[in-house]
Design a protein around this ligand. Structure first.
Ligand code: CDT
Length: 301
C-alpha cells in the first residue's frame, strides 16, 4: 500500500497590489522548503494566486476579470509547475478560472509528481451574497463573481492514492466528503480563505471559527475514512484578517499536523493510505451499512 509525505503550504496574506509573479515566487519557495523535508504532495490555499478579491465590491467586469486566469498553466504559473515536476512534488492549488466561453469559477487543480495536471475541481458551495450589503463589516461576494461548480465531486488515482478536491466552504458540508467517500477517496485536499470574524455576527470570533473549521475537517475525515489536508491563506490582507489553522487529519479524525502561525508555513505528515482500509471495511463500510432508502430528503428540494 502506498505511503506519501503530504504537505500543506499555508500562505500568509497576499495584498491587492501583489503581482502573480511575486506570489508564484513565494509558492516556489514553499515548494522547495517542503521538498527539502521530503514532501511528495503539496497543497496550497483557495485562490492562492491573488488576494481574496471577493471581499471587494466591483461593478466593472474588466476589473473583475483581471483577478481570473484564462489558462492553466499560464506564463505566470508555469515556473511553479516546472519546479514541482523537477522536484517530483505533486501539487494542488486554487485559482479563479475564466473559461473560453466566459464562465467564472472558483477552481482548483491537481497534478501528478511530473507536474502534469490530472484533475480539476470547481467549487460547488459558494458562500456569501451577490449585492453590496452595507450592514456587513466586510463583503463576501463569491456569489457575485462565480457560478457554482459544474463538475461535481470527482476523484483521481494519483501516485497510487485516490484523491479528491474541495474548496473552502465545501468543507463545512458533509455531502462533500460523502460524495468523495462513496468513490473510495483516501486524500481530500481543501484550500480555504476564512475571515477571522463573521461579517454579521460580531460575537463569533477567531477561536470559534478555528474550532468549527477543525471540527468539520476531522469529522469529514473520520466519517469517510480518509486523510484530509486543509490549507489556509491567513493573516491580514489589506486590513482584513483571515484565520490560519491549516491541518492534516488522519482517517480516524486525529490531527497529525497543525500550522502554528498566520504566515507562509509548511506543515507535513507521512500518510500511510493503508490506514484508510480499517474504517472503509468496518463501521463506514458504505455498501453494508448505509440506509439510502431514508436519505431521499438530502437531495429533495
Ligand atoms: N472562501 C470561503 O468559502 N469562505 C467561507 C467564509 C464564509 S463567510 C461568508 C468559509 O466557509 O470559510
Amino acid at each position: 500500500m502506498t505511503k506519501l509525505v503530504v504537505g500543506g503550504a499555508q500562505m500568509g496574506p497576499i495584498q491587492k497590489a501583489d503581482s502573480r509573479e511575486l506570489v508564484v515566487a513565494r509558492m516556489i519557495a514553499l515548494l522547495e522548503q517542503a521538498a527539502a523535508q521530503g514532501v511528495q504532495m503539496l497543497v496550497y490555499p483557495e485562490l492562492a494566486l491573488t488576494t481574496f478579491f471577493p471581499r471587494w465590491y466591483m461593478t466593472d467586469q474588466a476589473e473583475v476579470d483581471a483577478w481570473f486566469e484564462r489558462e492553466m498553466p499560464n506564463p505566470a504559473t508555469l515556473p511553479l509547475f516546472r519546479r514541482a515536476g523537477e522536484l517530483g512534488v505533486a501539487i494542488s492549488f486554487g485559482y479563479a478560472e475564466l473559461t473560453p466561453e466566459g464562465r467564472h469559477f472558483n477552481s482548483s487543480i491537481l497534478t501528478n509528481r511530473a507536474g502534469e495536471i490530472i484533475g480539476k475541481y470547481r467549487k460547488v458551495h459558494l458562500p456569501g451574497h451577490v449585492e453590496y450589503q452595507p450592514t456587513r463589516g466586510q463583503q463576501h461576494l463569491e456569489k457575485r463573481y462565480f457560478e457554482p461548480g459544474d463538475l461535481g465531486f470527482n476523484v483521481w488515482r494519483n501516485e497510487g492514492v485516490v484523491m479528491g478536491m474541495a474548496i473552502c466552504n465545501d468543507r463545512r458540508w458533509p455531502e462533500t466528503y460523502r460524495c468523495l467517500g462513496l468513490q473510495g477517496v483516501e486524500l481530500v485536499t481543501i484550500g480555504y480563505n476564512t475571515p477571522s470574524v463573521n461579517g454579521h455576527m460580531k460575537s463569533e470570533g477567531r477561536e470559534e471559527r478555528l474550532y468549527h473549521s477543525e471540527l468539520v475537517m476531522t469529522s469529514g475525515a473520520y466519517q469517510n475514512a480518509t486523510y484530509v489536508v486543509g490549507v489556509a491563506k491567513a493573516g491580514v490582507e489589506d486590513g482584513y484578517p483571515l484565520m490560519g489553522g491549516s491541518i492534516i487529519v488522519d482517517p480516524n479524525g486525529f490531527v497529525l499536523a497543525r500550522a502554528a502561525g498566520e504566515g507562509d508555513e509548511i506543515i507535513l505528515a507521512e500518510c500511510d493510505f493503508a490506514k484508510c482500509a480499517f474504517g472503509k471495511t468496518t463501521i463506514f463500510n458504505f455498501a453494508e451499512h448505509r440506509r439510502i432508502e431514508h436519505y431521499g430528503r438530502i437531495t429533495a428540494q
